[in-house]
Design a protein around this ligand. Structure first.
Ligand SMILES: C[S@@+](CC[C@H](N)C(=O)[O-])C[C@H]1O[C@@H](n2cnc3c(N)ncnc32)[C@H](O)[C@@H]1O
Length: 340
């Protein structure tokens, strides 16, 4: 018997689980409370006022509808706010509370299944996850761009960059040191716990933590860039780049921090950065730990490459493959998962 063909935009179990997360208030609270993130979108939309005046906008993944409201404030005459989770009901209320029902149409649908009444002049979307690609929402934005954006239309943000740098992690260092300090606290030597603690802390999934500028051991390297006007689904499913660092000085190297920035179009363009050198955002930085810390000195060379792709088990989750060599030593490989 012939297999039934899977309908084109059928939701997978993983999609349902993903949209379920966005049906809760916590994640929206965290995003709206992130003033660096939310103000960057507001400013970017307002600075594009002359391009948006009287135009149509598609808000891909509207959530509570805040970017749709900003779009109207920036001059848009019609906004299609597409949201797949049940948060769309709250977006309707937000739109109503701001007297914008005549301009913002909320559609409770995935953007892949949405019937937008017309081609749009601009797309706005906040699709970025940890290390940029966690959640894998960008393919949906690309789908929407290819289907609904007029030729030459505006996409906000319009470019994304990924960065990597070697780091010393003071939190890891003090958690490892802790086991040598127990003797002074209780008269019991527990320093043998240190190597177990190391494997628990450093061997597991990627960590999301704040890195201080002083913990960065070399100039960062931009290892991948995306032009959102033209990038393809295939390209974003396999982001790859190489790096070469020369260390600033003597320190313990615990691993690498990865972060991103996105830049909006227009004159006086706005950049939303999640760098350790910038203001803190809810994305923090993503840490890829080595199996164990390594002593580096001034000018120690670190070379390698990094690949980000969706996890095989759950494409919403992230897999990172890291190859590196320290001080001209053996080339090592480590694979990380975020999610599954
Ligand atoms: C990171 S949140 C951003 C929410 C809102 N735009 C904001 O800036 O506060 C992404 C939102 O996109 C929605 N979403 C993700 N993929 C989608 C898709 N393919 N179609 C429609 N909505 C989607 C999620 O449910 C979530 O509410």
């Amino acid at each position: 018997m012939a297999m039934l063909k899977k309908r084109k935009h059928e939701r997978t179990e993983q999609d349902c689980e993903y949209f379920q997360c966005y049906s809760d208030v916590s994640v929206h609270e965290e995003m709206i409370a992130d003033t660096v993130r939310t103000n960057a979108y507001k400013l970017a939309l307002l600075r594009n006022h002359s391009s948006l005046q009287g135009k149509t906008v598609l808000d891909v993944g509207a959530g509570t509808g805040i970017l749709s409201v900003f779009s109207v404030q920036a001059g848009a005459q019609a906004v299609y706010a597409v949201e797949a989770s049940s948060m769309s009901q709250l977006a309707c209320q937000v739109v109503k509370s701001n007297d914008m029902e005549n301009k913002v149409k909320v559609l409770n649908s995935s953007v892949e299944s949405a019937e937008i009444p017309e081609q749009v002049d601009a797309i706005v979307s906040e699709w970025m996850g940890y290390a940029l690609m966690y959640e894998s929402m960008l393919p949906s934005v690309i789908y929407a761009r290819d289907k609904w954006l007029k030729p030459g239309g505006l996409i906000l943000p319009s470019c994304a960059d990924l960065f990597i740098a070697p780091v010393n992690d003071l939190i890891v260092e003090s958690r490892l040191d802790f086991w040598s300090e127990v003797k002074g606290m209780y008269g019991v030597d527990m320093s043998c716990m240190q190597s177990f603690a190391r494997s628990c802390i450093m061997n597991k999934e990627m960590a999301v933590n704040l890195v201080s500028p002083e913990d960065v051991l070399s100039f960062p390297v931009r290892f991948a860039s995306l032009d959102l006007n033209v990038c393809t689904q295939e390209e974003v499913r396999n982001l790859h780049g190489s790096f070469q660092f020369s260390c600033f000085g003597s320190s313990l190297l615990h691993g690498f921090a990865v972060w991103f920035s996105v830049t909006f179009p227009g004159e006086n363009s706005v950049t939303l950065s999640t760098s350790p050198y910038g203001e803190e955002t809810h994305w923090k930085q993503t840490l890829l730990y080595l199996d164990e810390e390594v002593q580096v000195e001034q000018d120690t060379e670190i070379t390698g490459d990094v690949t980000l792709s969706p996890s095989d088990i759950n494409p919403r989750h992230l897999r990172v493959l890291l190859n590196y060599s320290i001080g001209g030593g053996l080339r090592r490989t480590k694979q990380f998962q975020m999610g599954s």
